[in-house]
Design a protein around this ligand. Structure first.
Ligand SMILES: Nc1ncnc2c1ncn2[C@@H]1O[C@H](COP(=O)(O)OP(=O)(O)OP(=O)(O)O)[C@@H](O)[C@H]1O
Ligand SMILES: [Mg+2]
Length: 322
């Protein structure tokens, strides 16, 4: 196991007034469990604001959780950790962001951008060795080695994302969090980046936490799947199993509204979602999905269903409890 999250919560304070008093909390992530094994891709889906990036940033240790426990290769890293463990973690867990226009420092050359983590971890003893390695990496992500001394603004979105990928894999990590890595790109470029990520996964045998709006992409990439709604995991398990037999009404909605998802089936079972998700500062007392669920029963508004089932398939819905 690379990383294991147990009961992770993340609440963001909401402040107001001249003294910026805390007037409430945005419950971005509730009681989340997640195990990421070696050479495994875990897809994370759910609509905007459901907490996907928050989960990704907690996994990549960019954000600290409000509560819960995280272990990295068996070591508890939930709170402050010794420098060597931090360094080992940084080497092994990387993140690729949605927007390649903001994620690369515009003042640094490509060689500096990719070289930065290599220098921080003192991987090479000479500049020449490092440069050869970076050239090799650029080749791996489909870029010319002539680009070394250029700056990010000289590249297209797709090329920048390739640079971000080269930087993310430069230290041979075990896990890369990919937060919507293609959604800021042209449709024509999206599949090239997906293919590149797939090839890299096969070559380096790394794991991905793959966050995406696109169910088609998630379906093709993922071994496991997490469906999130308003900070909660509402369904999770083996991706095939969930795609074949979605149990949560929200998962069924997602699948029926995916643009290219099984068009024949979609015609028969088109389910539309009306209204907005509730305010995460003030979630409903029962099931988080109860305010929009067409199948809800009385119990759903009073009690919050627990995530139950086996490792292959878990769901948090009273309708699935028999
Ligand atoms: N730093 C922050 N401070 C306050 N609230 C935050 C912060 N980061 C995220 N949030 C809130 O937490 C909730 C979850 O946000 P998050 O960015 O994780 O959602 P998401 O699923 O990634 O959405 P999207 O699909 O739009 O990227 C949202 O209500 C968001 O407004
Ligand atoms: Mg996000």
């Amino acid at each position: 196991m690379i990383l294991s999250l147990k009961g992770i919560k993340k609440y963001f304070p909401v402040r107001s007034g001249v003294f910026l008093q805390i007037i409430g909390w945005i419950k971005a992530l509730e009681e989340t469990d997640l195990d990421i094994g070696e050479n495994q891709t875990i897809g994370v889906v759910g609509e905007s604001g459901c907490g996907k990036t928050t989960l990704g940033k907690i996994v990549a240790r960019i954000l600290q959780p409000t509560s819960g426990k995280i272990t990295f290769e068996g070591i508890d890293i939930s709170r402050k950790i010794p420098k060597e463990i931090e360094k080992k973690f940084r080497k092994n867990v990387q993140m690729i962001f949605q927007d390649p226009f903001n994620s690369l420092d515009p003042r640094m050359t490509i060689s500096e951008i990719i070289g930065e983590p290599l220098e921080a971890h003192e991987i090479f003893s000479s500049k020449k060795e490092q440069e050869d390695y970076i050239k090799d990496l650029l080749g791996k992500v489909g870029l010319s080695s002539d680009y070394l001394s250029r700056y990010p603004h000289e590249f297209s979105g797709g090329q920048r994302q390739r640079i971000a990928i080269a930087r993310a894999i430069s230290l041979n990590p075990k896990l890369v969090v990919c937060d919507e890595p293609t959604s800021a790109l042209d449709v024509s470029v999206q599949s090239q980046i997906i293919n590149l990520l797939t090839r890299i996964r096969e070559e380096l045998r790394i794991s991905y936490l793959f966050i995406s709006h696109n169910l088609d992409v998630v379906y093709h990439m993922s071994d496991k799947l997490i469906v999130m709604y308003l900070g909660n995991t509402v369904e999770c398990g083996d991706a095939n199993e969930i795609f074949d037999n979605p149990l949560h009404p929200y998962t069924r909605v997602l699948m029926s509204s995916a643009p290219s998802w099984d068009p024949e089936n979609r015609k028969l079972h088109k389910i539309t979602l009306t209204g907005e998700p509730p305010n995460p500062m003030n979630p409903p007392p029962g099931c988080p999905f109860s305010t929009r669920c067409t199948l809800k029963i009385e119990r759903c508004e009073k009690e919050k269903p627990k995530l139950i089932g086996d490792e292959k398939h878990k769901v948090a819905c009273f309708l699935s409890e028999v």
